[in-house]
Design a protein around this ligand. Structure first.
Ligand SMILES: Cc1cc2nc3c(=O)[nH]c(=O)nc-3n(C[C@H](O)[C@H](O)[C@H](O)COP(=O)(O)OP(=O)(O)OC[C@H]3O[C@@H](n4cnc5c(N)ncnc54)[C@H](O)[C@@H]3O)c2cc1C
Ligand code: SF4
Length: 323
């Protein structure tokens, strides 16, 4: 059995205090929310923080709605997936949250932790014993090559959070607090094509809440491919959202995940003005297929996952046709 190493655990009561503690020890500390990704990785020594700063007391977990819906980043995935407002107005998010891992992990795992989830790779997501025997890689050891693509100048680990494409398709913004104050940022802008520095957040920044715009006229869905439906991470994921107006599509967004180091917003303007006829859907599915750049570093094959981008985009959009 893998065991946690020794570490200091602190649980500040406020976001400001959490930021202060983290800023004082940027190289040797990390935030934890539900811990469903942090603690297994500490057991495998992928993360080796001397101090773990819990956000459980500091970050809000409540929901509130006016014209938009605000979700505290500390809300668990179970709460998000079961919330009546999310289920009726933002179905892609409810579906994505309900498809993350297992009920136990959804009871602990938060939406903030999902949005900030580390990238994944078969070479990296291994025990210290395995990695010591096989050799490390660039993600944990800067002077070593990428084992998946030795000539690659960057790590190609895979963006794997299920709620992120749904949130991008729903045009979510996040409220972020950090050493330099607070800001609001489009969720889509929080990611970069880099398996190591996959977030654009500054060191010490905390996602405090997620905001979703008014859902009037929108329909959305999320489809996920994985090895075992009981608990696996996505190996391809597609979220689609469409706003209907007068029987035609007035706006549309599609986003894919697990097909590269960042989630990608797919150009979907070809759907506007259509009734989601087959040819319009095929055009956007083609764009999704081209945008998918899977590598051989997670389950499934490259061709299977690339094809899933097309097929799932088609299925998702057909599902959103006006009833
Ligand atoms: C067996 C197994 C299966 C899994 N399957 C899936 C899956 O199918 N899909 C999926 O998406 N995930 C999956 N996960 C990963 C994980 O359970 C979820 O992503 C979960 O939502 C993470 O949330 P958490 O609160 O536990 O995050 P934590 O583990 O606490 O943190 C994750 C990361 O986010 C950072 N962080 C947390 N909260 C904040 C915040 N508010 N602001 C800034 N940084 C923050 C942490 O520092 C850490 O880097 C799986 C995990 C396991 C162990
Ligand atoms: S993609 Fe390459 S550098 Fe990144 S985790 Fe995998 S083997 Fe390591």
């Amino acid at each position: 059995m893998l065991r946690l190493p020794r570490f200091q655990f602190v649980e500040p009561a406020t976001v400001a205090e959490a930021i202060r503690l983290r800023t004082e020890a940027l190289d040797s500390s990390m935030y934890v929310a539900g811990g469903t990704d942090v603690y297994p990785k500490m057991k495998r020594r992928q993360f080796q923080p001397a101090t773990v700063i819990s956000l459980a007391r500091a970050v809000d977990d409540s929901f509130s709605n006016g014209t938009s819906l605000r979700i505290g980043a500390g809300a668990t995935l179970t709460t998000v997936s079961e919330d009546a407002r999310v289920r009726s107005g933002y179905r892609a998010l409810a579906e994505a949250a309900s498809l993350v891992s297992t009920p136990q992990l959804r009871n602990m795992g938060t939406i903030g932790g999902n949005v900030c989830l580390d990238t994944r790779c078969n070479w990296y997501d291994q025990s210290l014993f395995w990695r010591t025997a096989e050799g490390f890689c660039m993600k944990t050891h800067a002077d070593v090559v990428c084992r998946v693509a030795p000539s690659s100048p960057r790590c190609l680990a895979v963006a794997s959070a299920d709620t992120v494409p749904a949130l991008i398709a729903l045009d979510a913004t996040v409220q972020v607090a950090g050493p330099n104050g607070e800001r609001t940022v489009s969720l889509a802008d929080c990611y970069r094509e880099d398996g190591i520095r996959y977030l654009t957040l500054a060191p010490g920044e905390i996602v405090t809440e997620i905001r979703l715009p008014a859902s009037d006229g929108w329909r959305s869905t999320y489809l996920k491919q994985r090895d075992r439906n009981s608990f696996d991470f996505p190996i391809a994921g597609v979220a689609a959202a469409v706003r209907w107006d007068g029987g035609v599509v007035a706006a549309a967004r599609v986003a894919i995940t697990a097909l590269g180091s960042r989630p990608v917003a797919v150009e979907a303007s070809a759907l506007v003005g259509t009734k989601l006829e087959d040819d319009a859907i095929a055009a956007v599915a083609d764009v999704a297929h081209k945008a998918a750049r899977p590598m051989d570093n997670t389950s499934g094959t490259i061709s299977q996952r690339k094809r899933a981008a097309r097929v799932f985009t088609e299925r998702a959009l057909r599902e959103l046709r006006a009833a």
